[in-house]
Design a protein around this ligand. Structure first.
Ligand SMILES: C[S@@+](CC[C@H](N)C(=O)[O-])C[C@H]1O[C@@H](n2cnc3c(N)ncnc32)[C@H](O)[C@@H]1O
Ligand code: SF4
Ligand code: SF4
Length: 467
């Protein structure tokens, strides 16, 4: 027998309704990052419990009158109790400073004139705290070093984080520049520790003191670390910083000791291309949760990093090497490598409208408060949507400036993609920023799978014919 009066929603849970985004009902646990796709009845049950209008009569009559509905209601509640979404005890108030129910009292927001599915507010945001950096890495896509002219202060960021929480964002990722160098970084991390959404921080892990690391643990922040080699002679010159490799390892150990979740991103370049196995070993040794291998994008200082870029043949080998090794580590952690086939789905999508996450459920906020569609928008300084110091984020999300990302350019207006035989299966065609990176917003995106696969086929053909 379930006593509905003693049911409480887990305080680690955000529940949202996005009528224009595939009419979705979602619950997100921002501590373990689990997403639950709900049906309408499940959502109703959770909302009623969240609102505390949980007399049995209220709760079950909301699902319908008969005993069948009551049975379904009990089933839903039992499932949620098992998952830890609902708890059957009187809660002690935790430190979260949000009210029990704010969205319940508000109307769900509709975004005017969108031709594509769009969430009522982003579920994720990339935050660029600063363009300052303690390093001068060869490849840096934001050409980091000095701060932007009008970088916003701690109070501005607190205000932005308040809005993100109020509007029920699921997660944010703090990038840069090197965010740990931002004046007031510790204050912001403490502030974020009280927020009801997931925060992760990307860092070069070179200037972290024990105080910051302990703060990460206390604020339940997960950390994404850059490791661009398995030895000092491959990582340090790329990062132009002697001793950097060892500093990264020392900090990975501290994260592990304090139970901080860490992931690693590795740029594969000329010097580390033979170290893929060793990088897997490092992840295993330091309890890393995820490993992502990427290649250098030609943006920011990446444009002049030609000497470090792999040839097509080298990329083929690196990918083969990755796929040979990964099965041995699959049970331990998740790993990926960038490859053209990843963008080609077996499922056909015959829609004419072209859109990606930018402006439909995601945005990026730069260090001066400018809202861009995505991280590449920040890197290119391209297509600003609005500024968070001037307008509330909800107004910026409703802006017409997003139209380009909300289906304004249909597939038949994309010069290369409209005639491409892969276009129904290709997700890369959606990326306006990668097209812009190639010089034409309606043209072929940089990294186009068709172009890359042709290069790969040519390289294999040349090897077979001329070796
Ligand atoms: C711009 S950094 C900011 C966070 C932090 N300073 C760091 O280095 O990890 C974020 C990630 O982007 C990667 N990155 C930078 N420039 C890149 C490029 N041109 N191509 C691919 N990845 C790049 C970095 O290696 C790092 O993993
Ligand atoms: S990649 Fe990161 S550490 Fe390197 S210069 Fe750019 S922001 Fe700084
Ligand atoms: S041209 Fe390239 S990006 Fe466009 S649909 Fe074809 S494979 Fe995809």
């Amino acid at each position: 027998m379930i006593h509905t009066q003693s049911l409480h929603l887990s305080q680690d849970l955000i529940i949202r309704r996005d009528p224009q985004y595939f009419d979705s009902f979602t619950a997100f646990n921002f501590v373990n990052c689990k997403t639950y796709h709900l049906d309408h009845n499940q959502y109703r049950v959770l909302k009623l419990i969240e609102k505390r209008s949980t007399s049995e009569k209220d709760l079950f009559s909301s699902l319908g009158k008969g005993s069948k509905e009551r049975g379904r209601g009990e089933e839903i509640i039992s499932e949620f109790l098992k998952e830890g979404i609902l708890l059957e005890k009187i809660f002690e108030k935790t430190k979260y400073n949000t009210t029990e129910d704010n969205l319940g009292k508000k109307q769900v927001r509709f975004i005017p004139n969108s031709k594509v599915p769009v969430a009522s507010f982003p579920t994720r945001a990339d935050i660029f705290l600063t363009h300052r950096c303690n390093m001068k890495c060869i490849h840096c896509n934001v050409s980091a070093g000095k701060p932007l002219k009008n970088e916003i202060d701690v109070d501005d960021w607190k205000n932005i984080f308040d809005q993100l929480e109020e509007e029920k964002i699921f997660k944010i990722q703090i990038s840069g520049g090197e965010s740990t160098i931002y004046p007031g970084f510790s204050e912001l991390i403490t502030y974020l520790g009280d927020k009801k959404f997931k925060t992760s921080v990307l860092t070069n892990a070179n200037r972290l003191d024990d105080e910051i690391i302990e703060l990460f643990a206390k604020s339940r922040i997960s950390v994404g670390v850059s490791l661009d080699g398995a030895t000092p002679d491959t990582h340090d010159p790329f990062r132009k910083s002697k001793g950097s490799f060892q500093r990264v390892l020392n900090n990975l150990r501290k994260f592990q000791d304090l139970g901080i979740q860490s992931t690693i991103t590795t740029v594969i370049h000329k010097k580390n291309q033979h170290q893929i196995q060793q990088i897997f070993d490092i992840c295993q040794e330091y309890g890393v949760k995820m490993l992502c291998f990427v290649f250098i994008d030609e943006v920011g200082r990446g444009v002049s990093a030609q000497d470090w870029m792999l040839s097509v043949e080298e990329k083929i080998k690196a990918r083969e090497y990755f796929h040979e090794i990964y099965p041995k580590y699959k049970e331990l952690f998740y790993a990926t490598i960038v490859q053209p086939e990843n963008y080609i789905s077996t499922i056909k999508n015959s829609q004419q409208s072209v859109f990606c996450k930018a402006g439909t459920y995601s945005m990026a906020i730069d260090s001066d408060g400018t809202v861009f569609p995505c991280t590449m928008g920040v890197q290119l300084g391209a297509i600003p949507i609005g500024n968070a110091t001037i307008k509330p984020l909800v107004e910026i999300w409703e802006s017409k400036n997003w139209d380009l990302f909300r289906g304004e350019i249909p597939l038949n207006q994309l010069s290369a993609c409209s005639n491409c035989s892969l276009n129904m299966n290709c997700s890369m065609k959606k990326c306006r920023m990668r097209s812009l990176l190639n010089g034409d917003i309606q043209g072929r995106p940089s990294g186009c799978p068709s172009a890359e696969m042709k290069e790969i086929e040519q390289a294999i053909f040349d090897k077979d014919c001329f070796n």
